[in-house]
Design a protein around this ligand. Sequence first.
Ligand code: GLC
Ligand code: CA
Length: 551
Amino acid sequence: MDDREWYKPMSFYQIWVRSFADGNGDGIGDLYGVYDKLPYVKSLGVDGIWFSPIYPSPNADYGYDISDYKNIHPDFGDLEQFKKVLTRAHEMGLKVIMDLVVNHTSDEHPWFVESCKGKDNPYSDYYIWRDKPNNWDSLFEGEAWEYVPSRGQYYLHIFAKKQPDLNMDNPKVREEVKSIMRFWLDMGVDGFREDVINFISKREGLPNGLPFLPAAKGMSHYKDGPHIHEYMAEFRKVCEDYDCFQLGEGPMTTVKSAMKYLTGPTKSLDMMFSFDHMMADCMYTEYLHRPFSLVKLKKAFTKWQYALAGKGWNALYIENHDHPRIISRYGSEFFWRESGTMLAASYIFQQGTPFIYQGQEIGMTNIKLMSIDQYVDVSSITNYHTYHLKEDPERRLHRIHLSSRDSARTPMQWDTSENAGFSKVKPWFYVNPNYNKVNVAKEEEDKESILWFYRNCLALRKGSETLIYGDYTEYFPKDKNIFMYERSLGKESYLIICSFSRLPVRAHKPEKFKGHKGELVLCNYEGESKLLHKKGLLRPFETRVYRYNLE
Ligand code: GLC
Ligand code: CA
């Protein structure tokens, strides 16, 4: 069982509760809505849920600014309701993992409120205070330092102003983290997704930094910082007392540095969310937007697959609450069903544990609001007012349409009733006007829908040792239109072929499979198009999965 840990065959569904389902009719998604929708989640064929933060928060960063780590946001319910969800999920065979956000707290967290008061109270060293700021940039709101008159000092915030960074060098802070972990593990949760966990250890003296990205001066001084592996080992130890797993979010992490978290004596995480493959069109689209490059995407996928093979384990995803919708990015809204299904096959069959973000499984797409004032995400708003200022406002708004995290945060589209069935009253945020076409109820009825394709993918993966544990091999890495990869175990092979083209394109069979007849086990087009296939042509965004017995 050693290399077949329980999380390996699993797949997860990510819930961003505020926009999932409103159970008590106030326009905000909550844990009552989640409870009611558990059968739907289960019906997808996933084995677990990751909850984005559901703790009390002033919502400067929609839950990622926490003001109480051991409670539930009143908008979402209370601890009793959470326990009900947890118990029901467990009864249904679903694991539950929580978001652990400990790089920073909210500025409204009592620790920070105390820390602001002066230099000699029990919380004064909980945060990172300096008399003079260095040159670091925050990732969300200008400079990384904010002055607090009552203390006469500046505090560090790598994210928004309302997200002061914790001082992880303080052993008391690390004890707090462990106590938070135990609190949830004792309640029965099955693990954590650890937010920007590779940022928690800052270089001593906080030296000035060179630009890392166009706007992240200082990052090299806190990414994979000097004490990171010591701190991670302490947290790992807590988890060893429980049957749980840890998944780290590693923004900007390289394969090389990820290996230290995932393998060998410093192993502290079971999986890591990497970002390379989310940059095939941009690096945080707002300021470095480029056309999508399939070759770049394949390179990123394959780099991680090869590096971790036999050593570590991948966390697979193409959407979450931080990225615009994948069909609008790497696919095509025109070939909505075709590209939405193809994109599923492009990552679910790789080696790793697949994550599906709410709405991804029905092919939700980006929302295009009329004015920047309608957006609520702090990073979108800052980006709009910071980059490309010379361009006309329409062009800048277009960039936000392409890149905003708010596109992932519009209410879940359940049916064609008012507010897409998300709520009986006006929802807290705009519903995508395409909900009449893109919704759960409609796709339930149609076996050719994106929804059913996701179910079929997950079922196929779950039923195959080869698709779970097999080796990964990529073919034709330079092909600009087709992504082709194989998963093989013993004599069995699966060949996954994905066209990213709007036009018919020719696919070649790799040498290895010549003379063998594969069984077509999954395809996103109904029926054979004889003419096209005789010529080895794939239809727009076609995906085909073949199984071979290479005896
Ligand atoms: C992570 C979260 C993101 C949040 C940031 C700061 O990247 O996924 O939503 O804004 O950390 O907590
Ligand atoms: Ca509600």
